[in-house]
Write a protein that binds this ligand. Structure first.
Ligand code: DX5
Ligand code: ZN
Length: 215
């Protein structure tokens, strides 16, 4: 299981130090939450800050767009060379076009799904993406309570066996030591965690716990 700490809960006054500490602590990806104040009722960071994060990070970036205008933001962020850019199923009319645009820019496309959106909606787009991000909170804020979506993970896993066996499953929202065991059992490949890691303080210990290493 890969662990992708979300910097949303980091101390933004010392962001470079926080990103360096997460990389040193064993993060596999750095999860970057981009919110536009329209798709979600919150705003986070734009290209100036994401560029600084990309320059500091020794691990690949996993950019999670929570925006209305996906195409605009993809053009802004793809030049920083992230591993993944995920866009929300609910914010887009032209899913194939957007997935193909991300790939043409040299980035792996991922599609994100809100907790109340059924997995079946993804059936046609699955062969065109490298990862599905299943939200286990409604996007917009760190530190919210985990919504059980275990049945969605299992359903998605079955669909992927037919449609795209190499596609990864990522879960984001309220992930902690309390639910990671069951998430792992359900078949999650990438765990995103913000408040749990930053609340723990010892980033290495928190990341290893999520990965399943007893420390
Ligand atoms: C929520 C974001 C998440 C968030 C996770 O909209 O997409 O990545 O930072 O934070 P926690 O782990 O605190 O729920
Ligand atoms: Zn996220």
């Amino acid at each position: 299981m890969l662990v992708a700490p979300s910097i949303l809960s980091a101390n933004f006054g010392h962001l470079a130090q926080e990103v360096a500490s997460l990389c040193e602590a064993g993060a596999d990806l750095i999860h970057v939450d981009v919110m536009d104040g329209h798709f979600v009722p919150n705003m986070t960071i734009g290209p100036v800050v994401v560029e600084a994060v990309a320059q500091t990070s020794t691990k690949p970036l996993d950019i999670h767009l929570m925006v209305e205008d996906n195409s605009f933001f993809i053009d802004l962020f793809a030049p920083f060379g992230p591993r993944y850019i995920s866009f929300h199923y609910e914010s887009e009319r032209h899913h194939h076009r957007v997935a193909m645009k991300i790939r043409e820019l040299g980035v792996s496309p991922a599609i994100a799904l809100n907790p109340a959106t059924p997995v079946a909606c993804l059936e046609e787009i699955l062969p065109f993406v490298d990862m599905v991000l299943l939200m286990s909170v409604n996007p917009g804020f760190g530190g919210q309570s985990f919504i059980p979506i275990f049945h969605k993970i299992r359903e998605l896993k079955e669909l992927l066996e037919v449609k795209n066996p190499d596609c990864l499953i990522e879960v984001d929202g309220g992930v902690s030591d309390k639910n990671i065991g069951e998430l792992r059992k359900a078949g999650v490949d990438v765990a995103v965690a913000g408040s749990y890691i930053f609340r723990e303080g010892d980033y290495k210990r928190a990341i290893e716990r999520l990965r399943g290493v007893e420390v």
